[in-house]
Design a protein around this ligand. Sequence first.
Ligand code: GLN
Length: 599
Amino acid sequence: MKYVLVTGGVVSGLGKGVTASSIGLILKACGLRVTSIKIDPYLNTDAGTMSPFEHGEVFVLDDGGEVDLDLGNYERFLDIKLTSDNNITTGKIYQSVINKERKGDYLGKTVQVVPHITDAIQEWIERVAVIPVDGKEGPADVCVIELGGTIGDIESMPFIEALGQFSYRVGAGNFCLIHVSLVPVLNVVGEQKTKPTQHSVRGLRSLGLMPNILACRSTMELDENVMTKLSQFCHVPVESIITLYDVPNIWHVPLLLRDQKAHEAILKVLNLKGVTGEPALGEWTARAALCDKLHEPVRIAMVGKYTGLSDSYLSVLKALLHASVSCQRKLSVNWVPASDLEDETAKENPDAYNAAWNLLKDADGVLVPGGFGDRGVQGKIVAAKYARENRIPFLGICLGMQIAVIEFARSVLGMQDANSTEFDPNTRNPCVVFMPEGSKTQMGGTMRLGSRRTFFQVKDCKSAKLYGNRSFIDERHRHRYEVNPDMVAQLENAGLSFTGKDESGQRMEIIELPKHPYFVGVQFHPEFKSRPGKPSPLFLGLLAAASGQLDAVLKRGLTQASAMSNGTSALKHRKYGNGNRAADGPVVAVYSNGNGVHF
Ligand code: GLN
């Protein structure tokens, strides 16, 4: 196992996660198998109880792990499936050490940060690095470790110490340290300043870690004399200094690294030169270029609570992007603060109310993402009503689906007080209820989490077609409430179709309005499994419906499905620009893998 450690200096928010994922991607493109570990030095055991507004979205893994959003970047860029152990936190490390202490594993000893915590960190890394994450057997070749935070943070000290010991232990040739730093450009004179990077490298070295490669974020390419200066002061060869200057979209980052031969520098440090090929990034390059070229817009209204910070809905945004590129449209997101759509706002702040409604009405499609708590719920309900009545394509995710059910019960069944017991415990018409297995006292890790199976109930519904007419699908979940099984028959009789249910048939997973052009709600979070070039089917459905291409997509899905039942393998990814695409049709990217069809 070879290790690539990515650290960050100067300031946070430099795009260290994207850089680390891109490094993984170019190594993978060279033919290596790559896994990754993200270290978050905060005390929380996991990201599950943290506010998306402060920390960005909580990403959910197949095994139910609620983790940092950077793991989503790794899964998307490397097309892998990580486990919750691939996200290390101070909380998890201390918990494991304290559990061992209680068991008596350290009998007679004083338990200390060095060596007990630092040993636990190293053991954790070695154990997790060998877990296969790419569907193949046996461990990967390279493990990319990203250390969250910035060098010098108090919380990361035990990790730095552990990683210093670790690099020494695995030895030269097996460990490569890439330090991501900032080279600010002073506006007045346009001068590129190296001092912050010099300082952060000095900090790193004083803690016992020597960078092999510098990845410098800057607004423009670094001048040659700046590179020379950095090389001299930071003791890093010029050819190992990479500039990550601003690019039109993040898919260019791996290409920047490749163009500056970052892979050669890394492979040299890892003693892998000559073992691997040149990075094969043809498809990736074509997609990055296509994304820049798209100009015909498709507008999606995101009706959410955290519209001020786009990281709060990162995976949803990525899934929208993947689907819009497949539909050859430029994604434009209308952020609609849900509470501004409410009547209350009309009285208190009519400007905000009008602005919100204009944004909603201006959109070609409406998306209500997941969420917790009652703020903005009424606004989401009116957004769902607007989409249903005006036949605007709609996708409701988790809370978004529950909202759509509440709205339907209120408007179509005339149950004025229909609600979720999450928002109104005393409602006479509880159409969304607390799940029997949930907990209201223990908040961490007690939801219905991770990959669960959904069985399609209706053969020719839109969602089944979009998923290639499979009989079941596995998607990731994160919820405590569910549609009240006792009210399903009533809702169904009034025209709401429950097209997907769990294995018991009691838990509702997918709703659809068959007569509506595209009105879909799902209890799961399809966004977490969307990939560049392999958009999540339901997002593809939304974007296709919003850009007038749904029929073409559904037809194509059927052709593929019938080809599959004939035993021919038609489900191959369609590469961009291979001339197979119908004149104006969307690029439908469907993959086949050894385990059946996988989107
Ligand atoms: N609050 C809802 C529940 O717990 C929805 C959760 C979500 O959207 N992730 O069921």
